[in-house]
Write a protein that binds this ligand. Structure first.
Ligand code: FEO
Length: 170
């Protein structure tokens, strides 16, 4: 049986994952509006991934006898100065999510809640991947500098992203 404290902490993370989806969807519209169609596609797929992350919490909370409480989702930022700045913000957001996942894991250890700790391991691994992927894109922006053709090529490259379906939330 899950503690009330852990149930609340997991619900908070479910909300953060939904906000992540909302934030990346907002970035997608920013890119779309500025004709970066590849970056827009990349961010739409990222938003889908975040929604899947939230659904894993949704399923897990109920599976262990908890109650999902859906809270309000904060309004995300809608404009960025440059595409690079949007990806830098995405990286900072992922670092914040990693911190949250680590704190949740600390709580699971503190409460000797082994099932939640095991569940969270997937997110610990996923955050390593997410941070590395976004950081790689930020580094590409750094290499490109002010080159318009470089930016065009990066937009084209990011537009080739394909979402790998994740069915583990079932
Ligand atoms: Fe679900 Fe990108 O953290």
């Amino acid at each position: 049986m899950i503690s009330k404290k852990m149930e609340e902490a997991l619900n908070n993370q479910l909300n953060r994952e939904l906000f992540s989806s909302y934030l990346y969807l907002s970035m997608a519209t920013y890119f779309e509006n500025n004709n970066y169609v590849g970056m827009s596609k990349w961010m739409r797929l990222q938003a889908d991934e975040e929604h899947a992350h939230s659904m894993k919490f949704f399923v897990f909370i109920q599976k262990i006898g908890g109650r999902v409480i859906l809270e309000q989702i904060d309004k995300p930022q809608s404009e960025w100065d440059t595409p690079k700045k949007a990806f830098e913000d995405a990286l900072a957001h992922e670092e914040y999510i990693t911190k949250n996942i680590n704190e949740l894991t600390d709580l699971a250890i503190e409460e000797r809640d082994h099932s939640t700790k095991t569940f969270l391991q997937w997110y610990i691994d996923e955050q390593v991947e997410e941070e590395a992927t976004v950081n790689e894109i930020v580094q590409k922006f750094n290499l490109i500098g002010d080159s318009k053709s470089g930016l065009y090529m990066l937009d084209t490259e990011l537009g080739t992203r394909i979402l790998t379906p994740d069915t583990t939330a079932e």
